[in-house]
Ligand binder design. Structure first.
Ligand code: ADP
Ligand code: MG
Length: 399
């Protein structure tokens, strides 16, 4: 789960990381009030969307002006003007895709006098099973580009969970960033606070880009991006409250209500499968026969009829779906339950596209019979191969 920059800054601030003062706002009036409260003389008006590259991004609407999604303002009036322009407009960045994202909230922040911009991030390194730090003097820009062009400018190391973060980790970061004296001490403290925040909140990624040195000699986190481990969210109700549903796929939100493992994809064939392995195999075989899946959907081992109905509704509500493949191997899951769920769903939402159903396993005959008796226009299939070929053919025939 991802959160906005201003929320991420509040989280790391709790653990002692240095961030600027700022206020999240939803209207130009609030922007003006926030600017007065902060006092200036320099403010930054920052679009809050779940995507990076905002500074260099461009708004689709001409009325939003030529400047990007992060703007320096030199007066309260300018803060208000920028807020007026940016709120409601669609920002396109390298990370949003062409469609862009609508900006519904802004962060009004104290402007900093920047001397240097660095890069610092943390993530769970799956190879070592540890939390790793990635540090570079090349901040404020695309780190992938730095990794590609000048990999020697990036330092990576991981922290042994048995000892936790140690003073030598801080010294390594300071050294990599050429910081000495008071700034090196600040770097040590920062590394400690970020590690504490990362572990306490079960993060999977934390990125500070840029981490800056101000002309006053202070280290500061000028941007912050956090992803949390969704599997650990149950023990962080405070984090769960930071969720911004407008940033997420509506179908994925609906699926999470029913505890369905659902991920929207770019293709045309909607899939309903039980078990992650079978779901992956189903996506592969659809591709093998020349079409693309519209989603990954694992209804789980012991899904109820209600859950199956919900899953089917989510798939049919997607206008890009040109055909549906139900592929169930009944183990704990019973084929008759699946059949009833599918039929209940079709009765409420209708069926505009071809539907291929492949059932195998527990209560398979009962399941098939239920579908036959329903009078629905279902294309039955005997095995996975047959099912994939049939749905690809049906979708292609539609054109
Ligand atoms: P993004 O990474 O999405 O473009 P950032 O928060 O990194 O957004 O902002 C882009 C750039 O804007 C930063 O690299 C920095 O140069 C400048 N900037 C951001 N916040 C401030 C601030 N509070 N004071 C001064 N400059 C800022
Ligand atoms: Mg940034």
């Amino acid at each position: 789960m991802n959160i906005h920059e201003y929320q991420a800054k509040a989280v790391i601030k709790e653990f002692g990381a240095p961030v600027s003062r700022g206020k999240a706002i939803f209207s130009p009036e609030e922007a003006e009030a926030a600017a007065r409260e902060l006092g200036g003389p320099l403010w930054v008006v920052k679009s809050q969307i779940h995507a990076g590259g905002r500074g260099k991004g461009k708004f689709k609407e001409a009325s939003a002006g030529e400047k990007g999604g992060v703007r320096l303002a030199k007066s309260v009036e300018e803060v208000r003007e920028f807020a007026q322009q940016m709120l409601g407009a669609t920002l396109v960045t390298v990370q949003t895709g062409e469609a862009g994202k609508q900006v519904n909230r802004l962060y009004i922040e104290d402007g900093s006098d920047i001397e240097k911009e660095f890069y610092l991030s943390m993530l769970v390194d799956r190879e070592t099973g540890r939390i790793a730090f990635v540090v570079s003097t090349e901040g404020g820009m695309d780190i992938e580009q730095v990794a590609h062009d000048t990999p020697e400018k990036i330092l990576t190391f991981s922290v042994d969970p048995a000892t936790g973060v140690m003073p030598h980790h801080g010294r390594r970061v300071a050294q990599a960033l050429n910081l000495t004296g008071e700034l090196a001490r600040q770097a040590g403290k920062l590394v400690e606070s970020l590690y504490a925040a990362f572990t306490a909140k079960d993060m999977s990624m934390l990125e500070i880009n840029p981490l800056i040195v101000t002309t006053q000699g202070q280290l500061k986190c000028l941007d912050a991006k956090i992803s949390f481990d969704s599997n650990a969210l149950y023990r962080h109700p405070d984090v769960m409250e930071l969720r911004d549903l407008t940033e997420e796929d509506a179908k994925e939100i609906e699926a999470s209500k029913y505890d369905l493992a659902y991920i929207a994809l770019d293709g045309t064939i909607g899939c309903m499968v039980n078990g992650a392995g079978l779901a992956m195999a189903t996506l592969d075989i659809i591709k093998l026969y020349g079409e693309e899946p519209a989603n990954f959907l694992d209804v789980g081992g012991g899904a109820s009829e209600e859950k199956v109905t919900a899953a089917f509704k989510i798939i049919t509500s997607d206008p890009t779906v040109k055909g549906i493949l139900v592929n169930i191997f009944g183990g704990i899951m019973k084929c008759d339950v699946i059949a009833r769920g599918v039929i209940a769903a079709v009765k409420t939402v209708g069926l505009q596209v071809p539907l291929v159903v492949r059932l195998e396993g527990t209560n398979v005959e009962e399941g098939k019979q239920i579908i036959r008796d329903s009078g629905l226009n279902v294309i039955p299939a005997d095995d996975l191969d047959d099912a994939a070929q049939k749905i690809v053919k049906a979708v292609k025939e539609q054109g």
